[in-house]
Design a protein. Sequence first.
Length: 270
Amino acid sequence: MKDLMTAPFMIEMIRTVTNMYQHGWDERNGGNVSLMLEDAEVAEYLDPGRVIRTLETGFTAPELEGKTFLVTGTGKYFKNVQYAPDFNLGIVRLREAGRQADLLWGFSDGGRFTSEFPAHMMSHVARLKVDPDNRVVMHCHPANLLAMTYVHELDERAFTRTLWQMCTECIVVFPEGVNVLPWMLCGTNEIGEATAEKMLTARLVVWAQHGIYGAGKDLDETFGLIETAEKGAEIYMKIAHLPRLNTITDTQMHLLEERFGIKAREGYLD
């Protein structure tokens, strides 16, 4: 077997969560990431028949039967992942229609996956219906997006349009816009189900007064989605109290559609 610490997916996960912490998105033990792995790549580094222990998940997801995920642990600090990956990360394989997860590696201190694991898996199911290449779900607490939910109406069209108007790249990076949930109790199946429903129409779901969920084909794409939305929110928070003399107009956004071969969400541009 190859050394798991040399696996590209492990290196990229460690780099990504470290970067998220350094960006200030994941204070203390805030935030979580799950990455779906291919059986062939896992088999190069682990014996898939060796199960350390089996964990109850508290939900069902028959669509993910047999799927394997690299996931962050509950109560774990992202700043520590690079120093002790086996404590802070785990590789699990779902079985029994998702009701159980076999731990194949990690959580060596007796821990378990993030408390948001059900929400992650429900979002994976939703995104796979839209994009069969989706592999990542990422949750974090970017300060400006969070602050924006206190002072901006939570209407999804209005919220999206504001972000699009803040930075030319926003409509190019997330032309489907962002979806928004009002404050809900975190760590529950209810918020997981609500997030998954929103994931059917957008890769970004803002949790008001809490943070954001992002999904994508790989860790770079998903990180970049959140990073771009957060930049838009940062600009908004810097100018929201000032008279706006200029903006990116709908006519200009239509030009961006043509230039980059994208299509803004139906009904979001005049």
